[in-house]
Design a protein around this ligand. Structure first.
Ligand code: PBG
Ligand code: ZN
Length: 325
């Protein structure tokens, strides 16, 4: 049947009709809100490179998490900054880290929220790389053990999910084994599985002070030209025990999200990274785009491509906008 008997515009005649036939639903419960935590008290410093984002001391992170929970947001993802960086990134796996304290405070303040923590060394190392460096080389296997210690600290503090973002080989299996050996069998792993060496991390590296002092991350993060390799990364992470896998960045990698959705049955997270966030904010600030409409369009695209979970700095404004639709 075709025109004139068939008229697809019939399904677009009213808001209610459009809602009735809508194929993709965006919900606050699937959003993850990233927070930047640093040691101290009473700290809430705006991050110059990222609109509406702050460096927060643990008690203020808990306050922010509480607001997110009120908006129906599903989870927070904590990134930590240390007081002091060193070559081994020691503060990353210290039980006294700002992240460990923030996890405890958030669990007290907003128990219904899922608390995820980023597990990586780059914000804590003086060289800014995600792995330990010896003899001028990233030490893959030693790094995995340090990441395991970091995950253990976060899990013991009460984190529901640990999220390794380093892209070392085998880290998911090492983390799983170390958690299980300590009886932390309920702590889930969200693996940054298909994480690309991307220019879109620029504003975040400013915020986390985590840009590599020398070189780049191309020996561990993926080449943006590859998709088959992304499927291998995801498959290996699932085999190693990842409960949730991630594609990062999201916007320029929707094909990877779709491919992963069609192949794997685990929950898939898409990370709407800092550069994507600031691209939209810059365009909106310049009066070129409607911020809220463009934001909802992009977030919907992640869902349409097959993502279950969306990690986004827009989480609060998206949840607020969704509550009005
Ligand atoms: C560090 C890390 C990065 C991001 C999350 N964890 C930066 C990087 O790998 O250089 C990027 C997040 C963003 O850009 O929003 N392992
Ligand atoms: Zn890192």
């Amino acid at each position: 049947m075709s025109y004139p008997a068939t008229r697809l515009r019939r399904l677009r005649t009213s808001p209610a009709m459009r809602r009735l036939v809508r194929e993709t639903a965006l919900t606050a419960g699937h959003l993850v809100y990233p927070l930047f935590v640093r040691p101290g008290k009473n700290i809430k410093i705006p991050i110059p490179s990222m609109t509406d984002c702050f460096h927060l001391s643990p008690e203020n992170a808990a306050q922010e998490a509480k607001e997110a929970a009120k908006l129906g947001i599903g989870a927070v993802l904590l990134f930590g900054l240390p007081d002091k960086k060193d070559s081994a990134g020691s503060e990353a796996y210290s039980p006294d880290s700002a992240v460990a304290e923030a996890v405890k405070r958030i669990k007290d303040a907003a128990g219904e929220l899922v608390v995820c923590t980023d597990v990586c060394l780059c914000a804590y190392t003086d060289h800014g790389h995600c792995g330990l460096i010896e003899d001028g080389k990233i030490q893959n296997d030693k790094t995995c053990r340090l990441l395991g210690q970091m995950a253990l600290v976060h899990a013991k503090a009460g984190a529901d999910v640990v999220a390794p973002s380093d892209m070392m080989d085998g880290r998911v299996s090492v983390i799983r084994k170390m958690l299980d050996a300590d009886g932390l069998t309920d702590t889930a792993i969200m693996a940054y599985s298909a994480k690309y060496a991307s220019a879109y991390y620029g504003p975040f590296r400013e915020a986390a002070g985590s840009a590599p002092a020398q070189g780049d991350r191309k020996s561990y993060q993926m080449d943006p030209a590859n998709t088959r390799q992304a499927m291998r990364e995801i498959q290996l992470d699932i085999e190693e025990g990842a409960d949730i896998v991630m594609v990062k960045p999201a916007l320029a990698y929707l094909d990877v999200v779709r491919m992963a959705r069609d192949r794997f049955d685990v929950p898939i997270a898409a990370y709407n990274v800092s550069g994507e966030y600031m691209m939209l904010n810059a365009a909106a600030d310049a009066g070129l785009l409607d911020r809220t409409q463009a934001m909802l369009e992009i977030l919907t695209a992640f869902k349409r491509a097959g993502a279950d979970i969306i990690i986004t700095y827009f989480a609060k404004s998206a949840a607020a906008a969704l509550s009005k639709i």
